[in-house]
Structures are given as structure tokens and as C-alpha cells.
Design a protein around this ligand. Structure first.
Ligand SMILES: [Zn+2]
Length: 410
């Protein structure tokens, strides 16, 4: 039983033209007209494939292939239909089109697993309308309750409640959200690892945890000419040493962590003044929660050492921590085995970016599959993935979904 590569590819190209912008990319923010058009188009494909198709009251597409047991919660496959401004044709779209392709292929082969399957197309993952990332998955699991809809507003003050009231997709009826047993997501990697390795697909082991900290070094601003080198308290020396030491920590992790100093402010920022203060924002990511905790401690220790060595005072303010989200062991096993069943080598890697699955994991067992992003490019019109890799990912998705749908409990 094989997914239809030509059909999958044709639909991806078609979806890529909905919200096509003048810079060659896709601009399809959640709840906008292009998003509604994309939802209508995918719903048409799903309906023509004989799936029970509708949308929930927060703009998510739902297409269902019923199972033999009408009372059993469904296995959901999906991703998001929105895009970043001037984004690519694959981010999110692939996971939705592949989900419909899997359900359609099963139906064409008269396969009726014990549990039903649902293809989901989330309305807003990128967060470009309201500034809330992965918003639709949070709406789905009830983490953002309806009484908050009036308080969530876009840049012009228009509320989510107003958007939802106006959101109309003719021909796609409102349906209740089905009860789910598990969530599987196929996505483009959005990084260079699979492309670099020449691999077609991988099972995701975990979505990385993220820790963000602001570090401030205070020294003494002073005359850049009259102050001898030995008598300076140059805050930039501390910041520079710390930035490179943080890089070395990540380099020593055996590719199990990345570290970025994305913000580096120097005060007062004048050519003839010794910097009196530097402020760095440090971001750490790792699929291993223990390692992330260790890295945070190591950065703290480094701050103390570097400050002492340079005669500075220092303050560390952690301001964000999102723990790593391991895939459910049964779903990880199912996605790994599905690669083999699809004729691919077994391959596992972390997801270094967040996805709908990260939020769904707070309520459900989740699993993910990746296919390569050419050149590691994403969130740009240059985003690209070979048709054969898209089909390989969809094929593995089919095998993983079928296994979970026939198992007693995921
Ligand atoms: Zn995405």
C-alpha cells in the first residue's frame, strides 16, 4: 500500500499558490483570507476522498476516516496551514497534505483500522497574527479557554473572538473536535542535518527544551585614553569572554546542545569610552532536560568566574524555560519502525525547533517524523524538499498511523 507521490506533490504545489506573495514566497497568516482559502482547498480534497470533513469553532480543519470501533478515540495526524510572512511551501503544509494523503490511501485500499484516523490542519502555529506561537494547539487542548478570546488581540486591537466570529469557510461545516488517543506530525526538518546526511526521513526523539537568560556585567565607564589597561574594569571583556565560553560549552556537548548569544548590548557605546556595562541574552537548547539543567549551572558558574577575573559585578536573570519534550516511547518506536517498513534506514534525531506536537504532548502521546529541508533553509521562499522525500515521509506516517490505530492503547 503506497501513498500517491504525484498527488501529494501536486497538492503541495497547489497549496503553495494560496497566499503566494510578490516576493516568491507564501504569506498565509492564521485566520486571514489566504488561510481560509487553504482550509477550503484541503477540505475539498478530503471530502472528495470520502472523508468526514469539517472545521472546529477555532478554525482548525478536521477530516476523519472512521475506524471499526466507533467509541475509540482517534489517532490524529496533522500540522498547521498558516505560514510566516514570506515563508515557504512546506512548513506545516506538508504535514496537513500528507495526513489527508494517508487517510485517502487507506480508504482507497478499503483499510479500516480499529481506531479511526483524523487529519488536522491547525489554523495558527506561527503566531504572526496575535504574537502567540503554537496558539491553535493551545486552543485545541483547552489551555487557552474561550473566556480569554476577547483579550487576545492583533496589532490593530482586533480580538481573537472577533476573528473567529468573522471566520467563515463556505462549504466546510462546523464540527465538534473528536476525542484523540495520540498525535503524529510529519514536518520538514527546518535545519540542515538530514539534507547534509543525504537521508530521506527521520523519527524525532524529542523536541528540544529552551532556556533563556540575561546576563549583565557592570564595570566602570571611563576615559579610553587616560585609563591604563591594568586599571580598567571593562565590562565588554566580561561579555566577550562569556560569549565565547558559552560557545565552547555547546561545542563540548557532542551535538546534544546549541547555544546562542543573540543580543549583546554595550553601554554607553562610544568609541572613546571604556564600556561600563554589557548585557547579553543567552539561549540554550537541548533535547536532554538534564543536560539543559547542567548547562544552565555551568553558565552561572562561568558568569561568576569571568566577572571576578575582570573586576566586574554580574547579575544573571533566567527569564524563560520550556522543558524538553520527549516523544512518547510507543510513538517513537512506531515512527522508527515505520521508517524501516517504508524501506528507509532507521534514523532518529532531535527537533531543534518547536511544533504543534510540543503543545499536544501536554495532553496526548505524540510522535513526529522529519523530512529534509534543502540546504537547511526554512521560513524563506527558498524552502524546498524533494517530492520523493515528501512521499517517503508520508509513507512512514501511514505505517506509524496504521500501527497505532490497531493497537489497544498507544
Ligand atoms: Zn511548522
Amino acid at each position: 500500500m503506497k501513498v500517491n507521490e504525484g498527488r501529494l506533490w501536486g497538492r503541495l504545489q497547489c497549496l503553495g499558490r494560496i497566499g503566494a506573495d510578490e516576493r516568491g514566497g507564501v504569506t498565509r497568516p492564521g485566520f486571514g483570507s489566504a488561510h481560509a482559502e487553504a482550509l477550503a482547498q484541503v477540505a475539498t480534497w478530503a471530502r472528495e476522498a470520502g472523508l468526514e470533513t469539517g472545521r472546529d469553532d477555532t478554525g482548525n480543519l478536521i477530516a476523519v476516516l472512521p475506524g471499526r470501533d466507533p467509541d475509540a478515540p482517534l489517532i490524529a495526524l496533522g500540522s498547521h496551514l498558516d505560514s510566516v510572512p514570506n515563508g515557504g511551501r512546506f512548513d506545516g503544509a506538508l504535514g496537513v497534505v500528507a495526513a489527508v494523503e494517508v487517510l485517502q490511501t487507506l480508504r482507497e485500499h478499503d483499510v479500516r483500522p480499529r481506531r479511526g484516523l483524523a487529519a488536522l490542519g491547525f489554523a495558527d502555529e506561527e503566531g504572526n497574527t496575535f504574537g502567540i506561537g503554537v496558539m491553535s494547539a493551545q486552543l485545541w487542548i483547552g489551555e487557552i479557554p474561550p473566556d480569554r478570546y476577547p483579550t487576545i488581540v492583533d496589532g490593530e486591537g482586533r480580538s481573537l473572538e472577533a476573528y473567529l466570529r468573522a471566520f467563515d469557510v463556505p462549504g466546510v461545516p462546523l464540527v465538534a473536535r473528536p476525542a484523540l488517543a495520540a498525535y503524529l506530525e510529519l514536518h520538514v526538518e527546518q535545519g540542515p542535518v538530514l539534507d547534509d546526511a543525504g537521508a530521506s526521513a527521520a523519527a524525532v526523539e524529542a523536541i528540544v527544551g529552551i532556556s533563556r537568560t540575561t546576563v549583565t556585567f557592570n564595570g566602570q565607564a571611563n576615559h579610553a585614553g587616560t585609563t591604563p589597561m591594568a586599571l580598567r574594569r571593562d565590562a565588554l571583556w566580561g561579555g566577550a569572554e562569556l560569549a565565547l565560553a558559552v560557545r565552547d560549552l555547546a561545542n563540548a556537548s557532542g551535538e546534544r546542545a546549541v547555544a546562542t548569544v543573540g543580543v549583546f548590548e554595550v553601554t554607553p557605546g562610544a568609541t572613546n569610552v571604556i564600556p561600563g556595562r554589557t548585557r547579553l541574552r543567552i539561549e540554550l537548547r537541548s533535547p536532554d532536560e538534564d543536560r539543559l539543567a547542567t548547562l544552565r549551572d555551568e553558565v552561572e558558574a562561568l558568569v561568576t568566574t569571568v566577572a571576578r577575573r575582570n573586576g566586574l559585578t554580574a547579575a544573571t536573570e533566567p527569564w524563560h524555560h520550556a522543558p524538553a519534550v520527549p516523544m512518547h516511547p510507543a510513538l517513537l518506536r512506531a515512527t522508527q519502525d515505520a521508517l524501516v517498513t517504508a524501506g528507509l534506514p532507521e534514523r532518529t534525531m532531535p527537533s531543534w525547533a518547536g511544533h504543534d506536537a510540543k503543545v499536544m504532548a501536554r495532553r496526548l502521546p505524540v510522535g513526529m517524523l522529519f523530512v529534509p529541508s534543502k540546504g537547511g533553509l526554512s521560513h524563506t521562499p527558498d524552502e524546498d524538499t524533494d517530492a520523493s522525500h515528501c512521499a517517503a515521509g508520508a509513507q512512514a506516517l501511514l505505517h506509524a498511523a496504521l500501527r497505532l490505530a490497531d493497537e489497544a492503547t498507544p
